[in-house]
Design a binder for this molecule. Structure first.
Ligand SMILES: [Mg+2]
Length: 407
């Protein structure tokens, strides 16, 4: 079998409702929708072979940029046997190293192609990808939903969801307290502080200590992701469970977080960490350190979600899958079939390969418009004094008191 073509499908994905996202809503609904609409591009890759088998993959990272990277890599891969996945991964890695440390952009391009190669291999052998990864430890994958208010949390709880994550930087301790009070002890609660440049390790340590009584599933990215010594400081002064890793790529990017035991949960992004090939290795590195795996998928499309399902089925330390329940309605039309959660779990796919195809006609109806997450405009999104952006990016350190409970 030989690769004969690699195609890309870039689509603009609509925003989920404000209620179903773990934002703190500080933008206001209109600004929120605009930001998320701009930020969510889904890039799918289709690897075509001379035997009629095709594989599907997804790249995140920076989809509009990565589309070009995938098109560049195509010339390396046409004519190759798609079943030698590790060899092709190494070939791509070596081919792009002259561009420097390409981070999630280079790894994102490799991710979509790698994912498609696993899909092809599974289809060629008539077996699901999880079977190629060592077999299944579980038949269904637990999910966590996004909830930023007690109402949304209770709605998810009523549908059987057993874990939630809230986010944002506005009063996180009080927010978690209100969620815990609403949902009781049975639900797991995580909070994402989004790796902010505005929190110092000292600030974040105070958050983490204040959150200890709420039995957190985890506190995610409490400081900027490149501040690993800062993670060590937090670690030494709080017992709260820490999660990070969504902005890193490949085993080399995640290595230090794991080797230094800076976290309890590693969160490689299924669309940009380097593909199933890298994710499986990252999971194994984490397993050796008793660190759990919870793939990041906050803004990912539904093909990467399939890859995460296969991975979580096969990894002993697979913990939980991020999922925006009540996402944009077009999500379900983008792939066939669209996985539906039941009682807080998604069944592990049993079809050969990843078990999913994209609806190319539907994808074509949603051309990409833009791909930056936070347009800086006057008004609610500006840096002007007294506005949200000024508050979080510029002046926070001088007004730290607003972030902590007053008693
Ligand atoms: Mg996050």
């Amino acid at each position: 079998m030989k690769i004969v073509d690699i195609k890309t499908f870039l689509m603009h994905a609509g925003a989920p409702s404000l209620k179903s996202w773990a934002s703190d809503g500080s933008f206001g609904a209109q600004q929120f929708s605009k930001n998320l609409t701009g930020s969510r591009n889904w890039l799918f890759v289709k690897v075509v072979t001379d035997e009629g088998i095709t594989g599907i993959g997804e790249c995140s990272g920076w989809p509009r940029v990565i589309r070009t990277a995938v098109e560049d890599l195509k010339s390396l891969l046409v004519g190759e046997d798609p079943t030698h996945i590790e060899r092709l991964w190494q070939k791509m890695q070596i081919a792009i190293m002259g561009h420097g440390m390409t981070g999630v952009v280079g790894a994102g391009a490799m991710t979509g192609i790698d994912m498609a190669l696993w899909d092809i291999k599974g289809k060629a052998l008539n077996t699901p990808v999880w079977n190629l990864l060592g077999g299944k430890l579980r038949d269904r994958i637990r999910i966590y939903g996004h909830a930023n208010t007690p109402e949304t949390a209770l709605s998810l709880k009523q549908r059987g969801v057993t874990a939630i994550k809230c986010g944002g930087v506005s009063d996180p301790v009080r927010k978690v307290a209100s969620l815990r009070e609403a949902v009781g002890a049975e639900m797991d609660i995580a909070i994402d502080l989004h790796g902010p440049p505005w929190l110092t390790p000292a600030d974040a340590t105070q958050f983490c200590r204040a959150l200890e009584p709420y039995r957190m599933m985890w506190v995610e990215d409490p400081i900027a992701p490149d501040n690993l010594d800062g993670y060590a400081r937090i670690r030494n002064h709080s017992s709260v469970t820490l999660a990070a890793g969504e902005r890193m790529a490949t085993i080399f990017g995640e290595r230090e977080l794991i080797e230094r035991d800076l976290i309890d949960v590693v969160q490689p992004d299924t669309g940009r960490a380097g593909g199933i090939t890298q994710m499986k290795k990252i999971a194994a590195m984490a397993e050796a350190h008793h660190i759990m795996l919870a793939p990041h998928s906050g803004s990912l499309g539904p093909v990467a979600e399939y890859a995460a399902l296969h991975l979580l089925a096969s990894c002993p330390n697979g913990l939980v899958l991020e999922r925006i329940e009540d996402d944009w309605e077009g999500r379900a039309k983008t792939v066939i079939p669209h996985p539906v959660s039941r009682d807080g779990y998604i069944d592990v796919p049993d079809a050969p390969g990843l078990g999913v195809e994209i609806d190319e006609d539907f994808v074509a109806q949603w051309p990409s418009e833009m791909n930056v997450s936070i347009p800086v405009t006057e008004g609610a999104g500006s840096y002007a004094q007294g506005t949200f952006r000024e508050h979080v990016y510029v002046q926070t350190r001088w007004r730290r008191g607003v972030y902590f409970p007053k008693d």
